[in-house]
Design a protein around this ligand. Structure first.
Ligand code: ISE
Length: 337
């Protein structure tokens, strides 16, 4: 296409509002044509600040609005399937925040809809694939600099969890990032999941099993361990160390500025993912807009969303039963080869 890409943003919570700002102020070649959110006052207020942007409480109305060429979905995970299917019904390209769907069944239905269309239109918002440090780690691994990968040691910490967060979400909303990163970095599928839980932190809201230790086994014989701690109190931290047969590399230490003053040294810890991964989100949306305008999908797609959801399902079972659980993955359709 030659004109500006008109985007409908569905869901204007923390992530959706950040994407609206990004499309409006950071990205060129695109504009926010419509926004939808169940909170009518909020959505009107957001649209009021953007020229030519229509506000809706119903996602379907936003998809049908004039000037909408593509859709960015940032509503809660369980709402994704319906909106993605409707966008596919209208043959609109989609960037859907992770998880594509919390369950593999929903992701399979999305893949079936794409296969009926005979082309891919869905990209999943696994933004770590667009982070400069992750890209560097991937190129080290791909170049064989570390030798055959044996381990990924991951730490994923949030300062605090939102009120609606559940124990299952530690797996299907948070660790889903490590699942995708591991599949992408290693070029392997995750085959089994084990979950161990220490005594919950006193800072965890009642009923939330936080933190947890998650072990992923992969098709190439590597092991991925993840400490997930969503109420660590001190900030947002994502660390990944790859250990191979001939070397190791670690990202996420965040030592951008080292301050020495008053007899101490140290740096700052980002408090939030919209700050830690701001550049990755910008790059992700910029690349999606550019590819969409060329009529292509270049980022992680519905198959990646499905594979991650299948691992999440095994992870939630492993969490509940305390038993190592194998991942059951459907055969990969030719469209995603
Ligand atoms: C949140 O939805 C994200 O995607 C963050 O990156 C993650 O750290 C957090 O745990 C999730 O809830």
């Amino acid at each position: 296409m030659s004109g500006t890409l008109g985007i409908a943003v569905i869901g204007t919570g923390r992530m959706g509002a950040d994407h609206v700002r990004r499309i409006d102020r950071v990205i060129s070649g695109a504009r926010v044509a419509a926004v939808a959110d169940p909170d009518g006052d909020r959505v009107k207020e957001i649209a009021a600040g953007i020229e030519g942007c229509a506000a809706f409480t119903d996602p379907s109305a936003a998809l049908a609005a004039p000037g909408v060429d593509a859709v960015l979905i940032a509503s809660p995970g369980p709402a994704h399937e319906a909106t993605v299917l409707e966008a596919l019904g209208r043959e609109l390209p989609v960037l859907c925040e992770k998880p594509l769907t919390p369950d593999p069944g929903g992701a399979l239905r999305i893949m079936e809809a794409e296969q009926r269309l005979g082309r891919r239109l869905v990209q999943v918002g696994f933004m770590r694939r667009h982070d400069a440090e992750y890209e560097r780690l991937k190129s080290l691994l791909d170049a064989g600099e570390l030798g055959r990968p044996l381990f990924l040691h991951c730490r994923h910490r949030n300062a605090s969890s939102p009120s609606f967060f559940t124990t299952e979400m530690l797996v299907n909303d948070s660790v889903v990032h490590e699942v995708d990163a591991a599949r992408w970095l290693l070029g392997q599928e995750v085959t089994a999941v084990t979950v161990l839980s220490p005594t919950s932190s006193a800072a965890a809201p009642e009923g939330l099993r936080d933190p947890q230790f998650i072990l992923l086994e992969t098709s190439g014989g590597a092991l991925v361990d993840v400490e997930i701690f969503v109420n660590c109190g001190f900030g947002y931290q994502v660390v990944c160390e790859a250990v191979g047969e001939s070397g190791s590399a670690r990202i996420g230490d965040g030592q951008s500025v080292l301050v020495q003053s008053r007899g101490r040294w140290g740096g700052e810890i980002t408090q939030d993912y919209t700050v830690r991964f701001a550049d990755a989100y910008d790059r992700q949306v910029r690349r999606w807009v550019e590819a969409t305008r060329r009529g292509e999908v270049t980022g992680p797609g519905a198959w990646d969303g499905y594979a991650a959801a299948a691992v999440s399902e095994a992870g939630v079972t492993a969490q509940r039963t305390g038993v190592r659980t194998e991942v059951s993955l459907a055969p990969k359709p030719a469209l995603y080869a």
